[in-house]
Design a protein around this ligand. Structure first.
Ligand code: ATP
Ligand code: MG
Length: 403
């Protein structure tokens, strides 16, 4: 952030991604994003003013303090639907003011210390402004060149200085930091994520939030036959993921007794797929109560025995709701990279006693027959059991940033 020599105020300027392609629905998407931004910023404690301008959103801190603006900018890097977060100065409509802001920003930028090249990208939204874009470029560019001795490179600059002349003011900013991209959470409806304590399901949740789904979470613990560790993990994961949507809910179902019933009701080799079907059926009951329109899992094709194509087909057969599997075509290493980037990997790697270890056949079936699974479910009265399990749910509200 530039030193105090700029006369004007620091602010954040957001570039939006696919929203700008939304034609008639665009207004709804913008409204949704603005609400999501306001909710995310409420937790920063910074009082802000938000403006929707043509194609961008500008956010000012009422305090006009650089630190507050920085806190706002950092928080917005996690809000879905924003492609780039620019730290920006809003200054008077004079060449002197824009030049001063540009000089200060370039002076603080790491690329300038390294002697990198730069380009000035001026743009006049207000065509009545008496100085043309080309003239602004030359004037500000030569001031930067004289002060820092940096070379101009219009094709591939190390540093870009953008200057946007608007109706009442000028915005000056350098390269921003990447946002999450995607669509605003809530613009695509709602889904229920089956959330283990593993690496995959948190990444699956992230990917669907990024496509605009608001998600609820459902975790099955092995209680009363395991400790509560897996619940703590699921809680910590949801708390971390809450930075992407806010207001997250985690439902926890004690699943140990049902697992024993499955074990008693069928062949050992089918137990894993049978239990996944019971999880899905329970999830469907909850999803209907919550009006969630899809179930989401972290399945990736071929990753483990239960994730063969035939077994996935047998899982789809268990429920009417669509099962979304955003990781289906991803490699484990790609999933781990995502998990690291979104902040869930270190939590997933903590030790716990997964409920699935209660049922761990030596050679799980890779080609489960639907008819066999339905037989087992008849003996279990699986539909009734799923209702009971859904009734036994405990609800938690993990909040990002809370202890
Ligand atoms: P993950 O890393 O997400 O645990 P995984 O590779 O261990 O996945 P499985 O254990 O076969 O694979 O689980 C596949 C999917 O089933 C998970 O991604 C998750 O969506 C769901 N699932 C598995 N166990 C549970 C659980 N205890 N509670 C809720 N969902 C679960
Ligand atoms: Mg797992």
């Amino acid at each position: 952030m530039p030193a105090a020599s700029v006369i004007g105020e620091p602010c954040v300027l957001l570039k939006l991604g696919e929203i700008v392609l939304k034609g008639k629905n665009r207004h709804q998407f913008e409204q949704r994003l603005q609400n999501n931004i306001r909710n995310a910023l409420a937790s920063t404690g910074v009082e802000t003013v938000l403006w929707q301008r043509s194609g961008v959103i500008v956010i000012r801190a009422k305090s006009a303090a650089v630190d507050d603006v920085e806190r706002v900018a950092k928080r917005l890097e996690d809000v879905m639907g924003i492609v780039i977060v620019h730290r920006c100065w809003r200054v008077d409509k004079t060449v002197e003011a824009m030049t001063q802001a540009a000089l200060d920003m370039v002076g603080e930028h790491p690329a300038s210390a390294l002697g990198g090249s730069f380009a000035v990208r001026p743009r006049r939204r207000d065509k009545r402004f008496p100085i043309t874009s080309a003239e602004i470029g030359v004037s500000v560019g030569s001031a930067i060149n004289v002060k820092f001795g940096l070379p101009v490179n219009l094709k591939r600059p190390d540093l870009t200085v953008s200057i946007e002349v608007d109706r009442d003011e000028v915005f000056v900013y350098t390269d921003g930091t990447p946002g999450q991209g995607g669509l605003p959470v809530g613009s695509s409806g709602r889904g229920l994520v089956l959330m283990s304590g593993g690496i995959d399901s948190p990444v699956a949740a992230y990917r669907m939030m990024r496509r605009g789904l608001r998600v609820d979470y459902l975790h099955f613990s092995g209680m009363p036959f395991t400790g509560p560790e897996s619940i703590y993990k699921a809680y910590a994961l949801v708390r971390e993921l809450d930075k992407f949507q806010g207001g997250s809910r985690l439902f926890v179902v004690p699943f140990g007794k049902a697992q024993q019933q499955i074990k008693a009701a069928g062949e050992d080799r089918l137990a894993i797929v049978a239990q996944r079907r019971l999880m899905l059926k329970t999830a469907e009951v909850l999803a209907e109560r919550r009006k969630d329109g899809a179930l989401i899992t972290g399945d990736s094709l071929g990753q483990v025995a239960s994730q063969t194509l035939i077994n996935m087909t047998a899982l789809d057969d268990a429920v009417d709701l669509p099962i979304l599997r955003p990781l289906v075509g991803m490699d484990k290493s790609e999933i781990m990279d995502s998990a690291r980037r979104i902040g869930t990997l270190s939590i997933s790697e903590l030790p716990d006693e997964d409920c699935c270890s209660i049922l761990a056949p030596r050679r799980p079936e890779t080609a489960a027959k639907i008819a066999d699974l339905r037989q087992i479910e008849k003996r279990l009265d699986a539909e009734e059991l799923a209702e009971q399990l859904a009734d036994s749910v405990q609800e938690h509200h993990p909040v990002y940033g809370a202890e």
